[in-house]
Design a protein around this ligand. Structure first.
Ligand SMILES: *[C@@H]1O[C@H](CO)[C@@H](O)[C@H](O)[C@H]1NC(C)=O
Ligand SMILES: *[C@@H]1O[C@H](CO)[C@@H](O)[C@H](O)[C@H]1NC(C)=O
Ligand SMILES: *[C@@H]1O[C@H](CO)[C@@H](O)[C@H](O)[C@H]1NC(C)=O
Ligand SMILES: *[C@@H]1O[C@H](CO)[C@@H](O)[C@H](O)[C@H]1NC(C)=O
Ligand SMILES: *[C@@H]1O[C@H](CO)[C@@H](O)[C@H](O)[C@H]1NC(C)=O
Ligand SMILES: *[C@@H]1O[C@H](CO)[C@@H](O)[C@H](O)[C@H]1NC(C)=O
Ligand SMILES: *[C@@H]1O[C@H](CO)[C@@H](O)[C@H](O)[C@H]1NC(C)=O
Ligand SMILES: *[C@@H]1O[C@H](CO)[C@@H](O)[C@H](O)[C@H]1NC(C)=O
Ligand SMILES: *[C@@H]1O[C@H](CO)[C@@H](O)[C@H](O)[C@H]1NC(C)=O
Ligand SMILES: *[C@@H]1O[C@H](CO)[C@@H](O)[C@H](O)[C@H]1NC(C)=O
Length: 800
């Protein structure tokens, strides 16, 4: 269990652990003494004739190094030259290499969730590269609802990753992003994800992946198996993984019972978009089981769906030590180690993050449990990705990236921009923005007033620098800083009084509260939705004592029930700053002093505290379960009251929408091959004679509908508005979502001006629903299109 113990704790203690690991791999990440004579510092690519001659080999004899041949021929040649043992030696995250044929070892595991990270042995920082740009953890960047920002961050991260690779300090294969949907507000890994809406999550995924992977000018190549990659991304954790450790159930033992409807509609959708729209080159299966099967052993999920239906161009990898979990925790089918590797290999798992494949695949083959052909197939997927990365031939367009491309001024500015775009204004009672000429002395108090590492969260690296909130505010005036609490647990009141004294003296008070990785993190779900310890007390007492207006800034990933502050007339403004990354302090201060007009929107529902008393975390269903009294999950299925709804966010200006044009009917002429499908209607509802068509029976791209909205900035400040478009299925269809997001755009509008925003929707994607049998259907009847919080709402008639 030793290895497992490491993985259990790696993610919370990883900065310590990995940095020690990193030291030991410093000079031989890419080549071992036996595989290559050159030190890591001047390894450029495998097929370098001087490398081969230093090994006493002649490169021209190896067809896999002949760059005039197609990748397919080259990877086959490479794999065909290996013995069984040599093959199985390459199937772990630490691929051993084959010195005999000039193949160096390779570490597959690197991470880049929101910047190049050292959580993963493939990447490390040292004197040469002391840090990389640390963008806000994903939940805040998601709140920007800005697709081009998401892609641009991916491009900057891959530039820094490539530069570090060129300097021998990083890998080429990054196991990011995390695209699990936030099903339950208690989940510890909300910080890593883009929120609760599968469409937003999938859209984030495809943009971030394209930013990481795409090499400019080659995006649209027809042969996607040879499309160059800047770095390789990985969408994880597949599938229905969204629980760490709740009430005695942990992720290693959890068997998620998921309806096929929820699977298609919610849990798989972001992965489908990541593979099909993002053309990601890797998917990672998760620790948990789904309906009794460990996901990494489920050929339906892996081979049939990812490869078969979605046509992945890349490899499938296990979460770290998943196979160990199958054997030792799940004790699935009483598998021996050899049985387990046989099962997952057959299911379509290509690479093991761990040591099971490298230790047990050869014996499994010798015991007759594995086909060598399956091993060959996996190796070919793996080497095709490395060839696309230029690992064999070099990457002329990327080889000049170096130290100056890491932590550049532009990159650090983009980190600040991302935080500003994400910050959500939750309340503003005619107070913000503050005028710096009037508010010269600020009390900046609370456990996050001097936040540094808390702002970059987990799966981070070492940042270029930090701008803490007190540093950010110091640009605008005199800061009186008091912690108010010893840490986020805020176990006693002793530090509250100094904070009150500070508030008494200042022209305005900013209280920064929230959570950190000690409360919400990998392996750690929350128990409640409250601010911990005496934080609420701190807010109340400081607010009462404050001479000037009070602004509350919340740093959390998940929601906190701050209804008391929302209603309190002395709390003049509230901001949610997620975890704002290395430049968080700049962003918060710029927003509060009006240098930036906030436009972020909540990517998840902010529930009231009692929500978590109504249903266990282990109940996977999105829809309410009336017989058990469980409410629904996410804005699509929860109809109760909230602290703030999904999509909420204010601005310092005001926007009005006008519908400029809209298409209001879609007619599909039925051929004799298109049959009507049934749908369940409420008993008192009208049921049309032909309730629905299967979307797979429709040439969906022929039936688009458009809508054009004019966004008027009717206030006095320039600002950005996020236009959200939802649809609602015709009335009476049982258990249809209350509404579902089908499109969004963030647009900048100058004060007094207007901008036109266009949307073109595919009828199937925009108006389709998933029925209880998991059929994807286009219902007949009057659908409703809603823009924003319902200011614009109009019908679209679907007939056939
Ligand atoms: C690698 O660099 C070292 C030191 O600069 C040099 O001696 C050696 O020849 C180089 N090897 C290759 C393969 O370029
Ligand atoms: C690739 O195709 C997309 C969509 O068709 C297009 O927007 C983009 O400009 C194309 N890129 C290149 C480099 O041709
Ligand atoms: C794999 O084999 C190595 C070398 O014998 C051993 O140190 C390691 O513990 C093994 N790992 C597992 C998971 O069996
Ligand atoms: C803020 O935090 C940093 C990093 O922990 C620390 O070095 C610095 O002294 C703190 N500033 C104040 C004013 O306490
Ligand atoms: C109160 O909390 C602080 C910071 O966590 C701690 O240092 C102190 O010992 C605590 N005081 C009491 C009386 O428990
Ligand atoms: C907003 O401010 C006004 C004037 O101070 C006050 O009467 C009102 O209660 C405040 N509203 C909220 C929700 O804080
Ligand atoms: C809200 O959902 C619950 C749980 O399914 C249901 O019992 C209730 O009727 C719904 N309320 C409204 C107003 O739709
Ligand atoms: C903006 O919309 C509001 C609410 O519909 C309306 O009262 C106001 O007159 C509109 N303002 C402008 C400038 O159109
Ligand atoms: C459907 O049929 C009508 C009447 O035959 C025809 O006018 C129309 O163009 C057809 N629509 C499509 C999309 O084929
Ligand atoms: C979206 O992000 C891009 C890239 O950072 C930025 O240039 C643009 O201004 C943003 N759009 C809006 C409306 O904020």
């Amino acid at each position: 269990m030793e290895k497992l113990v490491i993985s259990l704790f790696c993610f919370t203690l990883c900065s310590f652990m990995i940095s020690t690991t990193a030291r030991t791999i410093d000079s031989n990440t890419f080549s071992s003494k036996s595989a290559s004579a050159s030190p890591a510092s001047n390894f450029t690519h495998v097929c370098d004739s001087s490398r081969f001659s230093a090994l006493g080999l002649e490169m021209s004899k190896f067809a896999f190094c002949d760059s005039t041949l197609p990748f397919e021929v080259r990877v086959k040649d490479l794999v065909d030259m290996m013995t069984l043992k040599e093959k199985t030696d390459q199937l772990g995250n630490k691929a051993f290499g084959v010195p005999r044929i000039g193949l160096p070892k390779y570490e597959w595991w690197s991470e880049a969730l929101h910047g190049v990270s050292n959580t993963g042995p493939g990447t490390f920082f040292d004197d040469v590269i002391p840090g990389a740009t640390s963008f806000p953890p994903v939940i805040l960047t998601a709140a920007s609802f800005n697709e081009s920002l998401w892609k641009k961050i991916g491009q900057v991260v891959s530039t820094e990753a490539r530069a570090m690779y060129n300097l021998g300090r990083a890998g080429l294969t990054y196991w990011s992003p995390n695209i699990n949907v936030v099903r339950d507000p208690r989940w510890g890994r909300i910080i890593e994800t883009p929120g609760e809406d599968p469409f937003v999550v999938g859209t984030y995924a495809s943009n971030y992946v394209r930013g990481l992977q795409d090499v400019e000018g080659t995006e649209n190549m027809t042969d996607l198996n040879s499309r160059p990659l800047k770095v390789s991304a990985c969408c994880k954790h597949y599938a229905a993984y969204d629980m760490e450790d709740w009430n005695g159930v942990d992720r290693y033992h959890f068997d998620a019972r998921v309806s096929e409807q929820d699977m298609v509609e919610t849990f798989l959708r972001p992965f489908e978009m990541c593979v099909k729209d993002g053309d990601v080159s890797s998917v990672m299966c998760s620790f948990n089981s789904v309906d009794g099967l460990p996901t990494c052993a489920d050929s339906r999920l892996l081979k049939h769906t990812i490869r078969g239906e979605w046509n992945l161009h890349g490899y499938i990898v296990s979460d770290c030590d998943s196979i160990d979990v199958i054997v030792k925790d799940q004790k699935w089918l009483g598998d021996t180690s050899e049985d387990a590797v046989a099962h997952v290999l057959k299911a379509g798992l290509d690479l093991d993050c761990g040591e099971y494949y490298t230790n047990f695949t050869e014996p499994a083959a010798k015991q007759g449990k594995v086909r060598e052909e399956d091993i060959d197939k996996s190796l070919k997927y793996l080497y095709t990705v490395l060839m696309r990365l230029g690992y064999f031939d070099g990457s002329p367009s990327l080889k000049f990236l170096g130290k100056n491309d890491i932590c550049s001024k532009e990159h650090i500015e983009l980190a600040a921009e991302a935080a500003k775009e994400g910050i959500v204004l939750l309340k503003n009672n005619e107070t913000l923005p503050l005028d710096p000429s009037k508010f010269r002395t600020l009390a900046v108090v609370g456990p996050h007033a001097n936040a540094t590492s808390a702002m970059i969260g987990n799966y981070a690296g070492i940042p270029c620098q930090y701008t803490s909130p007190i540093d950010g505010f110091a640009k605008y005036g005199k800061v009186i800083y008091e912690m108010g609490c010893g840490d986020v647990f805020c176990k006693n009141e002793t530090l509250i009084f100094p904070a009150m004294r500070a508030a008494k003296k200042a022209d305005a008070t900013v209280i920064l509260v929230g959570l950190d990785l000690a409360i919400e993190a990998e392996t750690r779900d929350r128990k409640d939705l409250l601010l911990p310890g005496y934080q609420t007390q701190l807010i109340k007492q400081v607010t009462k004592a404050s001479k000037g207006p009070v602004i509350l800034v919340i740093m959390t990933a998940g929601c906190v029930d701050i209804s008391f502050a929302k209603e309190d007339e002395n709390t003049k403004a509230i901001l949610w700053a997620g975890f704002p990354g290395e430049e968080g302090g700049h962003a918060i201060a710029d927003v509060i002093f009006g240098k930036y007009n906030p436009g972020g929107r909540l990517p998840l529902t902010w529930h009231e505290a009692n929500y978590v008393d109504m249903l266990p975390m282990t109940s996977m269903a999105l829809r309410p379960i009336d017989s058990l009294g469980y409410p629904g999950r996410t804005y699509k299925f929860f109809n109760g009251s909230t602290v703030y709804p999904f999509g909420f966010g204010l601005s310092y200006t005001q926007f009005n929408y006008t519908l400029a044009s809209s298409q209001r009917s879609i007619h599909i002429n039925l051929t004799k091959f298109q049959h009507c499908r049934d749908l369940v209607y409420d008993s008192d509802a009208y049921k049309p004679p032909c309730p629905a068509l299967l979307t797979s029976d429709i040439e969906c791209n022929k039936y688009n509908f458009e809508l054009e909205i004019e966004v008027l900035n009717v206030g006095h400040r320039d600002g950005s508005e996020v236009v959200l478009v939802y649809t609602k299925a015709p009335d009476g269809i049982s258990e249809a979502p209350a509404k579902q997001l089908i499109g969004f755009k963030r647009v900048f509008v100058k004060a007094g001006k207007k901008e036109t925003v266009n949307f073109v929707f595919n009828a199937c994607k925009g108006l389709g629903i998933v029925d209880y049998k998991a059929y994807q259907l286009l219902p007949f009847g009057q659908h409703t299109i809603m823009v924003g919080d319902g200011a614009i709402s109009y019908p679209v008639q679907v007939s056939f």
